[in-house]
Design a protein. Structure first.
Length: 103
């Protein structure tokens, strides 16, 4: 499990593969000075944060190797991040394009 540190908030844990995809989206959005909402389920609770380029973000991975990114999933995530509701994190896609569910 990797961790996302955002500003002075506590660390948020994500699967390394999910976190690698999220990092790609955050870097892309922040590079264009775009903020967006991020929502996920953790310990049975829904959590949401507003990510803004002026706030420090740190991605910490347990695995030293970078997971292979799924371009189709990145495209879906990028499209969601650009909506009013923002990006809702789901489980990482598995081989065979498995259906994702909220995590």
């Amino acid at each position: 499990m990797g961790r996302l540190y955002y500003g002075s908030s506590p660390a948020y844990e994500f699967d390394d593969l999910v976190l690698a995809h999220l990092r790609s989206i955050v870097f892309s959005k922040f590079n264009h000075q775009e903020s967006f909402g991020l929502t996920w389920i953790s310990d049975g609770q829904q959590r949401s944060v507003w990510l803004h380029p002026s706030t420090d973000v740190v991605f910490e991975f347990d695995d030293r190797t970078t997971p292979e990114l799924d371009q189709e999933w990145l495209d879906e995530m990028r499209a969601q991040a650009g909506t009013r509701v923002g990006l809702r994190i789901a489980d990482a896609p598995r081989k065979g394009k498995a259906t994702r569910r909220s995590s």
